[in-house]
Design a binder for this molecule. Structure first.
Ligand code: B12
Ligand code: SF4
Length: 446
């Protein structure tokens, strides 16, 4: 079958950037770059078909003056004549994904449109627009393969367990239970990065001259932070890949001198990571690695950080979240603020650049901002991020505060816009968050 998989464009909603002081604007994230691992995994699942992956984020970075979404998708559909179009969806890109399906249907209503990804997993019932024919929640590359098999052999999608079929009467879940899969173990599908050749030069972070790719060593997280979508996406389960499979994948990444681990929390099984980096060294794999590590792990096991640094770990993203223990407790972060300070020291001693990220609650007053600014100034890191505590649909935090949400526009659910009432006036709140981005060491941007 002819299958087109589309990575939607980024949401451009960014009130922090809009209201930040001019001097801070260059440090604030305008975009994150990276390959759509989910879509590449889906592409791998149906590799025996005629598959095209189109990365609209990469395309707009490559040719900024590119066509509108309408013209771009219309051109793609005319060129590839797909029978099935799949889109991947995170919350802030939900509207764009649905819009892609609408454009596809305007081009040719016979094309089947399928939505998957994080938002389809957390909020499958949002996909009621009739332009989306089928929604597949979960790590669903294998289910997508079943769907394609069914369509190819003329069977109804109704025969495929684990999917939602959209009808004018509403969404209908198919009968049966999908075959259980271990997406990091025996059922692991290596993302097919060959589809990304056109955009490889756009996957560069900051001033780094080389392209970066993502690779995950695990899925899910054993912690339960209230604001986080990742453990809810996996219903609290944690899946670890094998060292052999990771080494095999790393050996295919010659084009990518920089590898960013996509795990939200990379060092969970500490001995596993030590063994992985021992093997990376033994196999002569030389790369710059970027990963997310919790501060409490660093504070408890500085010896591990030393081993990882020797193996090529160069940048760590560390969710500081707050400088106040009571806020960290409320978020169920299970790590005190003091650990952040210890972690910064350990990283420095090992020549690792830290990107520390704070989340700012919308009820912060001038006094709170002053206190955070003073703390962040005393504990400067090379790259610092200051984003807004956002109730992502499907999280515990969302359920705690859903009545306080004043802005339901999903395009703003990307951590850069307040969607709950702010204690300060709206513009002043974002301007203060924006000015925090100046508090960092050095002038590099990632
Ligand atoms: C890689 C990644 C990216 C990449 C690629 C994403 C893309 N599509 O382009 C980049 C760097 C571009 C990116 C950007 C952003 N990201 Co991001 N990103 C991740 C990360 C680290 C890993 C996701 C991943 O690859 N998982 C592994 C793959 C295999 O899983 P998967 O994507 O879920 O795919 C599986 C299933 O969902 C399903 N599936 C997926 N797509 C489809 C499609 C079809 C048709 C089907 C059938 C199935 C299917 O099958 C796949 C395999 O079985 C996660 C954090 C995490 N650890 O999960 C955050 C995460 C997804 N990102 C997040 C966010 C918020 C963003 C940004 C908005 C951040 C920002 N403020 O700018 C931006 C958006 C764009 C921008 N502004 O630049 C949030 C999403 C929260 C939410 N509820 O929406 C996460 C969870 C991080 C977090 N801290 O909360 N991101
Ligand atoms: S914020 Fe980090 S540690 Fe907390 S649940 Fe999410 S991934 Fe795990």
């Amino acid at each position: 079958m002819k299958i087109l998989l589309v990575n939607p464009p980024r949401s451009t909603e960014n009130a922090i950037l809009k209201y930040a002081p001019e001097a801070a604007k260059r440090f604030i994230h305008k975009k994150l770059i990276g390959p759509p691992l989910g879509l590449l995994t889906v592409a791998a699942a149906v590799a025996d078909h005629d598959v095209t992956v189109f990365d609209i984020k990469g395309e707009y970075d490559l040719v900024p003056e590119n066509l509108s979404l309408e013209l771009l998708i219309t051109r793609l559909v005319r060129e590839y004549r797909p029978e099935v179009v799949g889109v991947t969806t995170i919350t802030s890109e939900f509207d764009a994904s649905v819009e892609i399906c609408r454009i596809v249907k305007r081009c040719d209503p016979r094309i089947r449109t399928v939505a998957g990804g994080l938002h389809a997993t957390l909020c499958p019932r949002d996909f009621t627009d009739l332009a989306v024919d089928i929604t597949i929640p979960g790590q669903s590359a294998h289910i997508f393969r079943e769907l394609i098999r069914a369509l190819e052999s003329g069977r109804s999608p109704e025969t495929v367990p684990g999917i939602l079929i959209n009808t004018p009467e509403g969404l209908r879940k198919t009968k049966g239970i999908p075959r259980p899969v271990d997406p990091a173990g025996p059922d692991y599908l290596m993302p097919d990065r060959t589809h990304l050749k056109r955009w490889i030069d756009t996957y560069r972070v900051g001033n780094n001259p080389w392209p970066t790719t993502y690779l995950f060593t695990s899925l899910g997280c054993p912690y339960k932070c209230t604001f986080c979508s990742i453990w809810t996406q996996f219903r609290g389960k944690y899946y670890q890949r094998t060292i052999d499979s990771l080494i095999a994948e790393l050996k295919t990444l010659d084009e990518y001198p920089v590898v960013r681990f996509a795990d939200a929390n990379t060092v969970v099984d500490e001995e596993f990571m030590v063994e992985l980096f021992r093997r990376i060294g033994a196999e002569g794999i030389r790369k710059e690695f970027v990963m997310d590590i919790r501060a409490d792990v660093v504070a408890r096991r500085p010896d591990i950080i030393k081993i990882l640094a020797q193996g090529g770990l160069k940048v760590v993203i560390c969710g500081f979240e707050s400088f106040r223990d009571e806020e960290l407790k409320r978020y169920r972060k299970a790590s005190p603020a003091y650990d952040n300070q210890v972690a910064v020291k350990v990283f420095e001693e090992n020549g690792i650049s830290v990107r520390g990220n704070y989340v700012i609650p919308t009820d912060y007053t001038e006094k709170d901002f002053d206190a955070l600014a003073e703390y962040a100034d005393r504990n400067r890191v090379v790259y610092a991020g200051y984003t807004i505590l956002t109730p992502m649909p499907g999280t515990v935090f969302y359920n705690q505060v859903r009545k306080q949400i004043v802005d339901p526009d999903y395009r703003k659910y990307n951590f850069f816009n307040a969607v709950m009432k702010t204690a300060l006036p709206y513009e002043a709140f974002h301007a203060r968050v924006g000015s925090l981005w100046l508090i960092k060491k050095g002038t590099d941007v990632i």
